[in-house]
Design a protein. Structure first.
Length: 324
């Protein structure tokens, strides 16, 4: 078991080291906060029910130098206040938000829209907590307008999302834009309008009011904000090698990693390092040693053995029988 565990740890460690040198391509999430660069709100043309058809400032006959009014005189609301309304089973107002999403790159992974509300009845607010608002994509350019009765910019509600009323910390509309996906990045902006799929002719009238970013009166609220999180691919980046703890060594000159010295530059003289000769160790000279005997008479022992050994042999072999 211990050998198997050590093998697994070795494989994992080797893989980790290998990954440290391999170039990795990954993606990073970037969040961008956008505020509208232009707002507009439109209302139905009250003349469209007449037998003569719809009449708008652009269709009125004009005698120069008289110009058509910029907005109908029937709008009593503060200038640059935006409106979304519903009454008697009909839409009474819708608002457009122009967003600069054309410069964004990547894929939308999350998004949210928050619209602070002006709840003053004097500004047109009516039962905002009962509002049933949906958010759709805008397909045409958006120009500033205050209660215009002209034809509004084109929209696409194939992937609309609801905008719910939230009372705290301050009254506002909140919408989750994630379901709009990358289609949002190709749109010119967003439109807030009554949700016809949830409205009924018997519903009580309601109207929500908010401020354009360039509203100037005292009742101005903060502008709408869109928070978009995009998955942006990064370029291939090689991970730094693991620190081995060894000192860094400069690459050799002329290998392509370091520039060769410029020929016309003076080459500094290289000072040769001084060499200190090693200290001489005295060596003892050989000498002759004369070995003598501690007892000079010892050289006579062989002669003694030559005499004693035969005598001892004769004594041991002598016939001991006594003659009668």
């Amino acid at each position: 078991m211990r050998r198997a565990a050590r093998g697994v740890l070795a494989v994992l460690a080797g893989g980790s080291i290998a990954l440290g040198f391999a170039p990795l391509a990954h993606a990073a999430d970037e969040t961008t906060i956008l505020t509208p660069d232009a707002e507009a709100w439109y209302q139905p043309n009250p003349t469209c029910g007449q037998p003569t058809g719809c009449v708008s400032p652009s269709t009125l006959p004009v005698t120069p130098p008289v110009e058509p009014p910029a907005q109908p005189p029937t709008s009593p609301f503060p200038v640059r206040s935006m409106h979304v309304g519903f009454a008697a089973g009909q839409e009474t107002a819708r608002s457009y938000l122009s967003l600069s999403v054309g410069t964004l790159t990547g894929s939308l992974t999350a998004g949210a829209l928050d619209v602070p509300l002006d709840v003053a009845q004097a500004d047109g607010s009516q039962s905002p907590e009962t509002a049933k608002v949906q958010v759709c994509l805008v397909t045409d350019p958006i120009t500033p307008a205050d209660g215009s009765v002209e034809s509004p910019p084109g929209i696409s509600c194939g992937s609309s999302v609801p905008a719910a009323y939230v009372a705290t910390p301050a009254p506002h509309l909140h919408a989750d834009l994630t379901a709009l996906g990358d289609d949002l990045l190709g749109a010119s902006g967003l439109v807030l309008l009554p949700d016809a799929t949830k409205a009924a002719p018997t519903d009580a009238p309601w109207r929500v009011v908010f401020s354009a970013h360039d509203r100037t009166d005292a009742a101005k609220t903060l502008p709408a904000t869109a928070s978009l999180t995009l998955d942006v691919p990064d370029e291939d980046v090689a991970s730094p090698p693991l620190d081995s703890g060894l000192p860094a060594v400069a690459p050799p000159v002329g290998t392509g990693f370091a520039p060769a010295p410029t020929p016309d530059l003076p080459v500094p003289a290289v000072q040769q390092p001084s060499v200190v000769p090693p200290a001489t160790v005295p060596v003892a000279l050989p000498r002759t040693v004369t070995v003598g005997y501690a007892y000079p008479g010892v050289w006579l022992l062989p002669l003694v053995f030559l005499v004693l050994v035969p005598a001892a042999a004769r004594a041991l072999t002598k016939d001991l029988t006594v003659a009668a």
